[in-house]
Design a protein around this ligand. Structure first.
Ligand SMILES: Nc1ncnc2c1ncn2[C@@H]1O[C@H](COP(=O)(O)OP(=O)(O)OP(=O)(O)O)[C@@H](O)[C@H]1O
Length: 361
C-alpha cells in the first residue's frame, strides 16, 4: 500500500500537498515583525475512498494544512496538486472549490441563520448546475438530506438552522458540501463541537461517504480513538512538521516516534471514540512543558526538548524520514541509529523517569 504522505503518483490520488510550508509574518505591539512557521515541508496524499487523519496538539499546524489544501492560503513553498496537476498561483477558482470542500468545527457558524435549510442547499445546487429548474433542485435537495441520514428529507427543507440540533446542522453542512459533487472533503475537527452522544454516528456517516461514495477525506482531530475508529491512515503533526504517518494499525498500534507513543499512551481509553477532550488527550504532553514556539522552533528535532529518548544529535540535526515498510514512516534519529527498538521497549512514562535520573541533554 502506498503511504498517505508519499508524493509518488499513485493510482487514486486525488489531492496532494507536496513539500508545502506556510509562514505567517506577524507584528508585535511596537511594530517588530517575526515569522510564524506554521507548517514546514509537509507532504500528504488523499486517495479516493480513503480517510487520512491528521492528529496533533493545538498549534501544531493542522488547520493551516487544511487551509492550504483548500487553497484558502497560498503555500509559502511547495505546491498543491489536484489529480496530479499542480494548482498554480491564483488558479483556485470555482472549479477547485467545488472539487475540494472544507467542513469546519462549528456547524452553526457555517450555515446562514436567517435562511431555511432549503435556501442553504439551493445556493450550492445552483452554483453546481445553473440550468436545473427549481422542482428538480428541490428533489435533489431532499436526496442530499437523505444521503446524510436526515429522513424524510422533505421534513427538513423548511427548517431554520436554530430549529435543528448540532448534529442535524452538521449533517446539513455536509449535505451542502455534497451538493457541488466534490471529490474531496476536508473535515477540520468536524465532530468536536457536537454532543458526545452523536459523535459516533457522525463518524459513521463520514466513513460511509468515503467508502461507499469514493470521497477522499482528510479528518483533523485531537482524538486518537476517533482517528483509529474511522480512518485508514494517520499522520501525526508536531510543531508544524509531520513526524510520523502510515496505516492506522501501524501508527497507533506500534508507534515509531516517541511523540506518537506519548499521544497513544495518554489517550484515556482507545475504545472511547469521540469522548476524549483536547485537554485530556494532551495532558501528559503538557506535563513535559509548553509546545515549542513556531517563531523560534528548537533546532534539530523539534520534539527533542520533551523527548526522553533524545541524544545529542537530536538537538543538532533534523531527522530524515525513515521508511519502515507498508507505507509506515517516521522522522526520528533512533531509526537511523538502529535503536528504534527502544521506542517500544518501555512505556513513555518509564522512559521519562529513567531520563530524569540521567544527565539532561
Ligand atoms: N493567520 C495567521 N497569522 C499568524 N499566525 C497564524 C495564523 N494562522 C495560524 N497561525 C499560527 O500558526 C500556528 C499553527 O496554527 P494552526 O491553527 O494551524 O494549528 P492547529 O494545529 O490547527 O491548532 P488548533 O488545534 O488549536 O486549531 C499557530 O502558532 C498559530 O498561532
Amino acid at each position: 500500500m502506498s503511504s498517505p504522505t508519499s508524493t509518488a503518483t499513485d493510482e487514486g490520488t486525488v489531492l496532494s500537498a507536496v513539500d508545502v510550508s506556510k509562514h505567517f509574518v506577524v507584528r508585535n505591539a511596537v511594530g517588530d515583525s517575526s515569522v510564524v512557521r506554521a507548517v514546514e515541508h509537509a507532504s500528504i496524499d488523499l486517495y479516493a475512498g480513503r480517510i487520512v487523519a491528521v492528529v496533533g496538539e493545538s498549534g501544531s499546524g493542522k488547520t493551516t494544512l487544511a487551509r492550504l489544501l483548500a487553497r484558502f492560503y497560498e503555500p509559502t513553498e511547495g505546491e498543491i496538486r489536484l489529480e496530479d496537476v499542480p494548482v498554480g498561483k491564483g488558479a483556485a477558482g470555482r472549479g477547485y472549490h467545488q472539487t475540494v470542500q472544507l467542513i469546519f468545527q462549528d456547524p452553526f457558524g457555517s450555515l446562514n441563520p436567517v435562511h431555511r435549510v432549503w435556501h442553504n442547499l439551493d445556493r450550492a445546487l445552483r452554483i453546481h448546475d445553473r440550468r436545473t429548474g427549481r422542482a428538480e433542485r428541490r428533489r435533489r435537495a431532499i436526496g442530499l438530506l437523505e444521503r446524510v441520514s436526515l429522513t424524510p428529507g422533505a421534513d427538513f427543507l423548511d427548517k431554520f438552522p436554530h430549529e435543528l440540533s448540532g448534529g442535524q446542522r452538521q449533517r446539513v453542512v455536509i449535505a451542502r458540501a455534497l451538493a457541488v459533487a466534490p471529490k474531496v472533503l476536508l473535515g477540520d475537527e468536524p465532530i468536536s463541537m457536537l454532543d458526545v452522544s452523536i459523535r459516533l454516528e457522525m463518524l459513521n456517516l463520514l466513513g460511509r461517504l468515503s467508502r461507499d461514495e469514493g470521497l477522499a477525506m482528510l479528518y483533523i482531530t485531537h482524538d486518537i480513538a476517533s482517528a483509529r475508529y474511522v480512518c485508514d491512515d494517520v499522520v501525526v503533526m508536531y510543531a508544524g512538521q509531520m513526524i510520523e504517518g502510515g496505516p492506522k494499525e501501524r501508527v497507533i498500534g506500534a508507534p515509531a516516534h516517541p511523540y506518537t507513543k506519548l499521544l497513544v499512551e495518554s489517550s484515556p481509553d482507545p475504545d472511547r471514540v469521540g469522548t476524549t477532550s483536547r485537554d485530556e488527550q494532551f495532558a501528559d504532553a503538557e506535563t513535559l512543558g509548553e509546545p515549542p514556539s513556531l517563531i523560534e522552533p528548537p533546532t534539530g528535532c523539534r520534539f527533542h526538548p520533551r523527548c526522553p529518548f533524545a541524544m545529542s544529535r537530536c538537538a543538532l540535526q533534523e531527522p530524515p524520514r525513515t521508511d519502515l515498510g507498508d507505507g509506515h514512516w517516521s522522522r526520528c534519529w533512533l531509526h537511523e541509529e538502529g535503536r528504534a527498538d527502544e521506542i517500544g521497549a518501555e512505556s513513555y512514562s518509564a522512559a521519562l523517569a529513567r531520563r530524569t535520573t540521567e544527565p539532561a541533554l
